[in-house]
Write a protein that binds this ligand. Structure first.
Ligand code: ATP
Ligand code: MG
Length: 443
């Protein structure tokens, strides 16, 4: 046998639940259910779908995210196109690409847009539970909106998604909120921060020293225990906010309060990208260890102008699909299982043509049919029919098919009742049945 070729480290297959695997990654049914739930919930808020390329010019992320960010400094998959020497990068996040597309197509000319996308992102990080090199994000962006109303709406929309997925807000996931103010306010705060850090220069680690003048705000993000107390005592941005920034923040909070959404104002919440201002937020869980942020976002009013577009405000968030599905699995939440309605058995090959023609009619009528392909004993075939979760088995035996009939056996009502039905009418009969999505649970 030839050598096996395996997937790239940190990049995963999402497989049907029936495929045994040793890692705890979500199965494709859970994934699929999440996708359809997202579609349904986002449609309620008027968000439109967008798809942008996975590969973008490297300069897009360097300019968009900021040169001194974890992503640009050390996490990007960048390469030179050997055909023409172009510097390219596998997208590490979705916002920069969407903004690029909006600027390129002058898309905000006719007014603001609410957009969403979902797909793979790439970051060269150390793979561990909830952290991968290829991972997926649901990414939502509201472009051209300046007011706090859309900030609040985005947060409420995520809460609606949690509800639809069975996650309990305040218990399984909690909201953290902050305001980063405006550039001038941040500058004043930044100056005060640098003075504070300089006064405690003996406590700074290598990372912090390097960032002291390039990006002192990121020092607040440090995970170094030796620096915690000093960081706690640092001047807080909240005290540098002007009236307008404060009013924006208060207006977001007023909506959340009215909607009964609990949150914690976390003055130390800063985001990994440079482009944020005013509202920033994260949804966090304590069920996933240090990979506890499932969703993060905020306002980025300067980015569109910075990317060469006519300046326009915007706000958005990214949600880590793998992390969220790991959380749903860890909590054992019920996930609708996509069972077939009918499991079809044709014990003898001679009846296959008639059976398969009849099954096509069922499917054309919208009925989910799983054909037992591949033979085996009758006992084994019934076992498969049971395990499939189907409500009925159709048995295309030699005698009944010769009479123009098929055996219909109930699998789910405990009766095991069997009746004969004319082949000519079985599709019409099946189409009248109600098949509720059977609630199952993922292991
Ligand atoms: P972290 O602090 O955990 O590295 P981040 O601030 O880098 O997260 P964002 O850039 O805000 O993350 O991305 C939004 C979401 O995407 C995160 O909240 C997380 O759920 C998910 N995410 C980010 N990086 C990864 C990764 N390497 N693997 C899986 N999910 C990720
Ligand atoms: Mg990160």
């Amino acid at each position: 046998m030839a050598d096996k070729i395996n997937a790239v480290k940190g990049m995963n297959d999402i497989l049907p639940a029936s495929v045994p695997r040793t890692d705890k990654l979500p199965d494709s049914a859970l994934w699929h259910w999440f996708e359809s739930t997202v579609r349904e919930v986002l449609a309620r808020y008027g968000y439109q779908y967008i798809v942008t390329p996975v590969v973008e010019p490297t300069a897009l992320f360097v300019r968009g995210l900021g040169e001194v960010t974890d992503i640009v400094e050390k996490e990007m998959y960048s390469f030179t196109d050997s055909m023409n020497g172009d510097k390219l990068t596998l997208r590490p996040e979705a916002t920069a690409g969407i903004v690029r597309a909006m600027v390129e197509h002058n898309a905000l000319y006719n007014g603001p847009l609410r957009l969403w996308t979902m797909g793979p992102m790439f970051r060269h990080e150390r793979p561990q539970k909830g952290r991968y090199r290829q991972f997926h994000q649901l990414d939502v962006e509201a472009l051209g909106f300046a007011g706090p109303d859309v900030d609040a709406e985005l947060i409420l929309m995520v809460r609606a998604l949690w509800k639809q997925l069975g996650l309990i807000e305040g218990q399984h996931v909690r909201l953290e909120l902050n305001s980063l103010g405006q550039p001038a306010e941040r500058q004043a705060h930044r100056d005060a921060l640098v003075r504070h850090f300089e006064a405690h220069a003996d406590l700074l680690d290598e990372d912090a020293k390097r960032r002291l003048h390039s990006n002192p705000l990121r020092i607040l993000d440090t995970k170094n225990p030796a620096m915690q107390a000093m960081v706690e005592a640092a001047p807080q941005l909240m005290d540098f906010l002007g009236d307008e920034s404060r009013a924006h923040f208060d207006a977001v909070r007023a909506v959340l309060d009215a909607a009964g959404l609990e949150y914690r104002v976390n003055p130390r919440l800063v985001r990994g990208m440079d482009y944020y201002n005013l509202t920033v937020f994260e949804w966090v869980t304590d069920q996933l260890g240090s990979q506890g942020t499932v969703c993060g976002g905020g306002r980025y009013d300067g980015l569109i102008g910075q990317m060469g577009g006519k300046p326009a405000p915007a706000v958005g968030f990214g949600l880590g699909v793998e992390r969220l599905l790991l959380l749903i699995q860890a909590l054992g939440l019920p996930v609708p299982a996509p069972a077939p309605a009918v499991y079809a058995i044709a014990p003898q090959p001679a009846q296959l043509p008639q059976a398969m023609v009849a099954l096509e009619a069922l499917r054309a009528a919208g009925v989910r049919v799983l054909l037992h392909a591949g033979g085996g004993s009758m006992k084994a075939q019934f076992k498969k029919a049971d395990a499939s979760g189907a409500a009925f088995a159709l048995i295309f035996g030699e005698d009944e098919v010769a009479r123009g009939e098929v055996t219909v056996k109930a699998l789910r009502d405990g009766s095991g009742a069997q009746v004969l039905r004319p082949l000519s009418d079985v599709a019409a009969w099946a189409a009248t049945l109600q098949f509720p999505a059977s609630p199952g649970t993922t292991p």
